[in-house]
Design a protein around this ligand. Structure first.
Ligand SMILES: [Cu+2]
Length: 133
């Protein structure tokens, strides 16, 4: 009877493990949404915890292209496969597009965020990202 119980538990464990492993090898991550518009990030201040996986969801609601440029922040994080990959420290987000970046913030600090399109930062499209221990 005792052996039967152990086998049942093992079967249940391996079944649940299989189900969880199927969709993706990405750890469970909370979604943080940032809306890009003319000329704003909303929110314009992010506070993320070091070591905690995040799905950064970048939604461009405007009729023009923007980018989410934060080279210091991306260098201080581990970007995971399965999402957009920053290029030159920035993620381009086309008009009415959404991009997702999966990452784990690593090094605590305060990092600048801006849109590098001509004059967008001057018009107010900038912010900060804190990685807290
Ligand atoms: Cu912009």
């Amino acid at each position: 009877m005792r052996i039967f119980a152990c086998v049942s538990v093992l079967a249940a464990l391996s079944a649940s493990h299989t189900v969880r492993a199927q969709p993706a090898a990405v750890p469970a991550a909370a979604t943080v949404t940032v809306v890009l518009s003319n000329f704003d990030f909303s929110p314009d201040h992010l506070r993320l915890s070091a070591g905690v996986p995040v799905r950064l969801r970048l939604v461009n609601e405007s009729g023009g292209g923007h980018d989410f440029s934060a080279p210091g922040f991306f260098a201080a994080s581990n970007v995971l496969p399965g999402g957009a990959a920053p290029s030159g420290g920035a993620v381009a987000v086309g008009s009415h597009r959404t991009e997702e970046v999966l990452l784990v913030p690593r090094t605590p600090g305060t990092y600048r965020l801006e849109c590098t399109h001509f004059l967008h930062s001057v018009f107010g499209m900038h912010g900060t990202i804190d990685i807290v221990p």
